[in-house]
Design a protein around this ligand. Structure first.
Ligand code: NDP
Length: 250
């Protein structure tokens, strides 16, 4: 892949993915790595990486601010990639309320989770379609995957209906299940354009969201996630996977 955009990169898995990418051998690094954060002043680690790596470009945006998608991201990325387009979009930014039983549920939690975890990645995908199509067309000899054009929606095992044996987590579970449904539709709608769409569970990882009890550390987890992205192919289109490559039932 020549270019990749990852949202939510000031901390957690997003920052880990960026560190993995810029840590790859130079010949294996994407020519252009685009990262978003909401506030550069509070994203010191990411900004320090941007200073060290000329192929890393950081954009400041709240992904729920749809009016800025074009001006900040689409125009910003276009200026760099020109007619080559964008190979990979990773919709990583997300939120999760703590364990929520039905008796504790607040309507605002449902609305906010839907906005950040579903509406924002979908509207961002819509805004970036011309750039994804441009990359797909520019690499028409390449098979379906990350060297052509791909959308990776960072989902969660908690979004699997089949796997839900515990209940609760309404805002998070429902929003990730909806993101999964959207991923499946994208895989059909973008098939002719040869743009792949997949849903990926990144594992339970020690981040602010995953918490200290999570079994996985950020470094090995994000190394696995990047490997998963690099290995995307036809079989991943419209499916739900763990970052290890194991299929997850919807
Ligand atoms: P963190 O809570 O550590 O980080 C979340 C990131 O999303 C931050 O960069 C945050 O920015 C950003 N973000 C949240 N809301 C917005 C917004 N409106 N606009 C822009 N950025 C926003 O989470 P993780 O790194 O752990 O999670 C990353 C993804 O992985 C999420 O989609 C999550 O659901 C998924 N996931 C994580 C698991 C885990 O165990 N960690 C397990 C399964 C799935 P800011 O700092 O500004 O808030």
């Amino acid at each position: 892949m020549k270019s990749i955009l990852i949202t939510g990169c000031n901390r957690g898995l997003g920052l880990g993915m960026i560190k993995t990418l810029v840590g790859l051998e130079h010949s294996h690094q994407p020519a252009h790595i685009f990262a978003t954060c909401r506030n550069k002043a509070k994203a010191q680690e990411l900004v320090a990486l941007e200073d060290q790596h000329p192929n890393l470009h950081v954009f400041e945006i709240d992904i729920t601010d749809f009016s800025k998608h074009q001006e900040v991201l689409v125009d910003g990325i276009s200026t760099v990639v020109k007619s080559s387009g964008l190979n990979v979009l990773v919709n990583n930014a997300g939120i999760s309320a703590k364990f929520t039983r039905i008796g504790m549920l607040k309507a605002e939690q449902m609305t906010e989770h839907f906005l950040v975890n579903v509406t924002a990645p979908l509207m961002l995908t819509k805004a970036l379609l011309p750039l994804l199509k441009a990359a797909s067309d520019a690499n028409s000899e390449a098979p379906l995957g990350s060297s052509r054009a791909s959308i990776v929606n960072v989902s969660s095992i908690l979004g699997s209906i089949e796997d839900n044996k515990q209940g609760g987590f309404y805002p998070y579970r429902v929003s990730k299940a909806a993101l999964n449904a959207a991923t499946r539709s994208l895989s059909f709608d973008l098939k002719e354009d040869k743009i792949l769409a997949t849903a990926m569970h990144p594992g339970w990882v020690k981040t602010d969201m995953g918490g200290a009890n999570a079994p996985l550390d950020i470094v090995p987890a994000t190394a696995g996630i990047i490997k998963f992205i690099q290995g995307l192919s036809e079989t991943h289109n419209g499916q739900f996977f763990e970052y290890t490559g194991k299929t997850i039932r919807w």
